[in-house]
Design a protein around this ligand. Structure first.
Ligand SMILES: [Zn+2]
Length: 324
């Protein structure tokens, strides 16, 4: 759980939860909605810490209750996550059974359901009944990246709390605080809004090779030499695992980003440039219409990733067209 980052990046939600807690106005079902990476789950555990903490300044993060929450092992918090693509009815039934079993026991209990939009209709119906009959001291927090996919009956029975996307500058400083250089931090912030996912990607190692490949290909394109030669010489990172489209997606996204950087350079908008270490490589006299066309071509070819295409042929064709 990253409570510090939650407090830093979602101050509006923080205030709402703390105020409601202090004024005894917490409701029995919350629906936390917002894009991926907006720390909804961290917020759910933060709310649970407010409820369970025995310290003075709640949540103190020092008492035994807070520590158990931080370690993800609090016995009175029950968490449900999709198993595969859905949340099934039996998962909700287990939750209801668990809460009925300790019905006579006093005290607060919390359940957290991740990605509630993935609940099957029968799971959602069981849950609805449970929410309606919730006894005092039971708090539910559901999360979703996709509010429009949540059943309207669930939406109407819970208090919706919206999480806003983390600002790009906050993402970048998060990466830099943990030792990454500015350019890599900027690049990662364009790939994902979730720094945890960004760090995982970075630690996996391939991303650095992909960034270098993108730079090599871009240098070839802007110096009017053959990009396929540069691509072919350095593409081991992609060819090792041709079948894994994730890396091809990232490669093409970043190639589009760096090509857009060349346009920003021409427009004098250096602050928008993502590949900022490459700034001296960009030609200030380039033909911007041609660069726009190159971006269009790349976007068009990227679409093909969705289909079953021969990637090797796709790259040959794309580079031929980019050089036209
Ligand atoms: Zn505490």
């Amino acid at each position: 759980m990253d409570f510090e980052r939650f407090k830093k990046t979602q101050s509006r939600v923080l205030k709402l939860l703390e105020n409601s807690y202090q004024k005894n106005r917490l409701v029995h079902a919350y629906l936390f909605e917002g894009a991926k990476g907006t720390l909804k789950l961290d917020a759910a555990y933060y709310l649970a810490s407010l409820l369970f903490c025995k310290g003075e300044n709640k949540p103190c993060m020092k008492c035994s209750e807070c520590k158990r929450i931080l370690n993800g092992e609090h016995p009175r918090i029950y968490r449900v996550a999709p198993s595969g693509e859905t949340i099934r009815k039996d998962q909700i039934d287990d939750l209801i059974y668990e809460f009925s079993r300790v019905g006579l026991e006093e005290g607060v209990r919390v359940y957290i359901i991740e990605d509630i939009d993935k609940a099957t209709p029968s799971a959602a119906n069981s849950l609805l009944k449970f929410i309606e009959e919730s006894k005092e001291g039971i708090y539910g927090i559901m999360t979703t990246d996709n509010l429009s996919n949540v059943l309207s009956t669930i939406r109407s029975r819970s208090q919706i709390v919206s999480f806003f996307k983390v600002k790009e500058e906050d993402l970048i400083s998060d990466y830099m605080d943990k030792g990454l250089d500015r350019e890599t931090s900027k690049i990662l912030s364009t790939i994902t809004n979730d720094t945890k996912e960004g760090f995982d990607l970075y630690n996996e190692g391939k991303i650095v090779d992909i960034i270098n490949l993108v730079k090599e290909v871009n240098r070839a394109i802007s110096s009017l030499s053959n990009p396929y030669v540069a691509f072919y010489k350095n593409n081991k990172v992609l060819t090792e695992d041709w079948g894994n489209k994730k890396y091809h997606q990232i490669f093409l996204d970043l190639l589009i980003t760096i090509t857009n950087d060349r346009i920003y350079k021409l427009l004098g908008q250096d602050e928008k440039i993502v590949f900022c270490d490459e700034i001296d490589e960009y030609d200030v006299d380039a033909d911007y219409k041609k660069i726009f066309k190159q971006v269009d071509t790349m976007v068009r070819f990227k679409e093909r990733l969705r289909y079953n295409v021969n990637l090797e042929t796709m790259y040959v064709e794309m580079f031929i067209e980019v050089c036209k």
